[in-house]
Every structure is written in structure tokens, then in C-alpha cells.
Write a protein that binds this ligand. Sequence first.
Ligand SMILES: [Fe+2]
Length: 231
Amino acid sequence: MVEQFGAELWLSDGPIVTGAAGFRFPTRMAVIRLPNEGGLWVWSPVALTQDQRHAVDALGPVRHIIAPNSLHHTYLADWATGYPDAVVHAAPGLEEQIAGTSIHSTLGDPPDPAWANTIEQVIVPGNRITTEVVFFHRPSATVLVTDLVQQIPQGWYRGWRAVVARLDLMTAPVPSVPRKFRMATTDKTASRDAVRRILEWPAERLVMAHGAPLGSGGQQALRHAFRWLMR
Ligand SMILES: [Fe+2]
């Protein structure tokens, strides 16, 4: 179900996906409607069901499909096939063979002119797991973060995975950078420079691919999540 979360911003939960070592993840995509007939901008798309398609189509034409890091590509090919006129944009490091679809544009630090007046973006380098592109949607004051900050509900995992998830801070009581991403940050200077720009955004809302969205306090939540890097 697609639900409005802010001005010209909608969220939709997708089915659970299973990642490395059998960890199951809740998934969420965001849809932003660009001004001036700019069409829809679809971030981290979840499974493209008939219901999903009807709900999205009711908002406008899909023009941009975004893979915000090299890990979130599971449904990219389905969306690219379903919306052949849309431009597929991917974070650096996602290869076409892995994504199973053509990538028309690699995301950089300067936003694409198609959304530069509406959405800002920062590439977070220096991380061995993935290079993530974090976005800020100005009209709704929302930061969109994929895997770098997570807050999977406590009780989501059972047994040994619950222990690992707790120690990794995937299921911490507040949005957190999982420890595996902290340890994978081998170039802290590069990461810090990028995160500093993210923390300057006047974020009210915070959307995570894996965690309940925050309707307020987004900037404070991000500053708290990145304290380990910025101090
Ligand atoms: Fe993820």
C-alpha cells in the first residue's frame, strides 16, 4: 500500500527480503513527485506487484528509478522492464550484470538536473561494503537513507540472529549505523566529509529502507546515529 508521508512524498512497504546469512529484512520504497511535470522518482523500489503498480501509476508517470547503493537492486530489472521509458540511476559500484538491467546513469555528488531543484544528494565514500547515496527531499524536509542507518524492530529476529542483530545495532532502540558498516568505514576522513554535509540538511523526517520512518526529529536522529564518526 502506498501512503503519503510528506509533501509530494509517498512510502510503500514491500515484502520481506532475505539477505546474507539468512537475515530477513523489512523493505520500503519511496516515491517522490517532481514539480513541473517532472514525473515520479522511485527510490529503492520494492517488488512490482499489480497493486503496487496501480498505486504508483495513480500518482503520475514513473520517470526515474533509483538504486541508492549496490545492495538494493533486487527489483530494479522488474521496474526497468515495467517502465521502459524511465531512466535507471544507480549508485557507483552497482554493475549491470549484477542488477540484471541497463543502468543509464551513475549517481554522482551533483544531483541530476532532472531533480536538482528538489532533491539534494551526497555520496558516502570510504566504506568497503557499499557506497551509498543519501538524498534530501527539500519540499518535505526528508532524508532518505538506505542501509547506512537502520532500525529494524526489536523482536524481528529469533535465536542467534537476534543476538547478532542486537550486537550489530541493527535492532537498536534508535536509528543506528550498524557496527558492520562502522567497521567497513576504512576511509573515515572521506566518510566524515560526506556525512557532515548530510547532517547540515534541515531534516524533519527520516526514511530508512529498514526501519520505521520518523515524522520529526530527523536531523537529531541522524546526528545521534553518526556520533561515532563525527566526534
Ligand atoms: Fe538494505
